[in-house]
Write a protein that binds this ligand. Sequence first.
Ligand code: PRX
Length: 647
Amino acid sequence: MTESLYPVPAEWARKALVDAERYRALYRESLDDPEGFWRREAQRIDWIRPFSRVDESSFHKADFAVRWFADGTLNLSANCLDRHLAERGDDPAIIWEPDDPAAEGRTLTYRELHRLTCRFANLLKANGVERGDRVTIYMPMVPEAAVAMLACARIGAIHSVVFGGFSPEALAGRIRDCDSRLVVTADEGLRGGKPVPLKANVDEALRDCPGVSRVIMFRRTGADVEMKEGRDIDWAAAMDAAPEDCPPVEMGAEDPLFILYTSGSTGKPKGVLHSSGGYAVWTSLTHQIVFDYRPGQIYWCAADIGWITGHSYIVYGPLANGATSLMFEGVPNWPDPSRIWQVVDKHQVEILYTAPTALRALMREGDQWVSRTSRKSLRLLGTVGEPINPEAWGWYHRVVGEGRSPVIDTWWQTETGGMMIAPLPGAIALKPGSATRPLFGVEPALLDAEGREIAGPGEGALVIKRSWPGQMRTVWGDHSRFFETYFTTFAGYYFSGDGCRRDADGDYWITGRIDDVINVSGHRLGTAEVESALVAHHSVAEAAVVGMPHEVKGQGIYAYVTVNAGLEPDAAMRAELISWVRKEIGPIATPDVIQFAPALPKTRSGKIMRRILRKIAEGELSSLGDTSTLADPSVVDQLIANRTLPV
Ligand code: PRX
C-alpha cells in the first residue's frame, strides 16, 4: 500500500498546545504514572469535593469494575455553565444555524444558556423529575435540546436522547427500556426544508408506554399538533412561569449522567451508560488537545445530538472548555451542496468536525460548490464515524482546506465516551486513512484469532488494555451484558468490535467492524436488528442481513429474505418490506437491496453462514471459500444466480 505522509507544519509544531516532544512525554507518563497524570488532568474540572481515589477499574471477572475519581463530587452543568459566567458570561456558547439559510439564527451566550437551563431544570422538578429519574429527549437540532440535556445534568436526572430520525416503535422501545416518565420533544423538526413529525411520533410511541405521564413540547415550526390534556405541556408557557434560580445538585463522580442506545451484534440496542466525573475529564481533555482549541474560536461539530458525537463534542466537551459551539439544524446538501461551506463563511468557523459520508456525498457534486466559497477561516478539519477513504481525505485536505488545514481522523465509539486514537495536530504526521496514534492513557493492542497480542506491524482485533476515564460504566439494567459483550471475547481486554492494522511506524489503521455491526453513513446498526424487523412482517419466514460496499454511505444494507410458503415475492412486496423496516426502525435502516431467497445457506446444525452471504453481497463470487460444510451447497448457486443489484 502506498502511503503519503503529511508532516506536522512548522507553524503547528510551534504554536500547538501539544508538540511531538510533549506528546511523547505525556503519553509515556499517562501509562507509567497514570495516578499522577490523571490527578493533574482532572483539575480541568471544578470538583465540589475533591477525589482522593483515581482509577479503580479492572477488566477481569473477579474484580470487574470501571470506576474513576469515585469519591469526588461535581456537577457537570455547573462545569459547562456557571463557572464560565464571571469571565465569559457574555461570550457565545451556542451559535444556532437554522435549516433554512434565509431564516434568522440565534446566538446564546453562556449567561443565556445558563438561565434557560436553570429554568428548564425547575420545570422538570415541578413535573416530578427527581435525581436518578430518566428523561427521554427526542428533539430536533435546536439549542433547547442542549438545554434539556444540561438541565437533567443540573438536577441529577439521567437523560436518554433518542435520534429524531428514529421511528415511533424504536422510540417506544428506548423509553420503555429505561422507564422514562417524561419525554421532551418538539412539534416538528425541520431538515432540508421538510418537516419531521416529532410530536406525532411521540404520540404514537406513547400508546405503548403507559409509564410516561408528561410530555414537554417545544414549538419549532408552529405546526398544528394535538396536545393531550393533563399530559402535554407547552415549553414556552411553562418556561415563563419557571423560576430562574436552580442550584446545581452535588453529584458523585460515578453517578449516571446519561444513557445512549446503540446497536450491537446481538439483540436489541443496548443502553450505554456514562457517568459524570470521568466523562467530564475525558471529553474536555480530548476536545481541547485534538482540536487544539483556544477560547474564542468558533467550533462546529456537524453531528446530531442524537449520537455520541453530539453529546461529547457539541455539548459537554466544548461547553466544559468555554468554547463557542455551532449547532446546525440542516443537512449538507440543501438548498444546495454549498451549504456547509456557506455556514463556515457566515460564522467564520475555524474548526470543522464532520463524517466521511458527508464528504463523499459532497465530493460527488463537484468542486465548484466548494470553490465558490472562501473558507479562509478554517484551520482544522476533523472526521469521525467510519473509516475515511484516502480519496475523501485528500479531497477534504486539498479542496476544502486548500492544503492549509490538518485533517484529523478520530477513532472512537459510543462506548468510549470520547476520542481514543487521533493525531494531535501539532505532534503527529498525518496519513490519509489512518487515525494514527492513541491519546493519553489509551493503551491499544491488536490480538490474533487465538487472542495473542501482535507485536510490531500487523493486523488483528482492536482491544484496549486498561480503562480510561471516559469509558462506559454499564449497560442500563444489565450489568452482566456489559461484561459479556466487551470483556469475554478476549479475557482481560476491552474489545472494540473493530479490526485494525498497525504499520511499521506504529500508526493505527481501522479496517472496520469485525462483528455483525454495520456502519451506514456513520450510523451504527446491528444486522440482527434489521433482521428482527424483517421477520416481524407477516409475509417473512426468515431473513439474513449483511453489509455491502456503498460509494457514499460507506456500507449499505443487503437483506436476504425467505417468504412464507405459498407466497410469490414481487416488486410490490419488496417495496412493502422496505417501508416496513423504515417504520420499525427508521429511515437510516432502509435496506438498499432485498434479495428474495427460497433458502439461506446453513450448516448442518442450522447456523446461517454469513460469510458466504457477505461475499455474495460484496460481489466477491470467486472467493466464497469452503461451501462443502453446508447442509445444501446448491443453495449458494441459487443465491448467486439471483443476486440483486441496488435499486
Ligand atoms: O467501526 C468504528 C466506527 O464507528 C464505530 C463506532 O460507532 P458509534 O458508536 O456510533 O460512534 C461513532 C462516533 C464516535 C466504531 O466501532 N468508527 C468511528 N470512528 C472511526 C470509525 N472507523 C474508522 N475510523 C474512524 N475514525
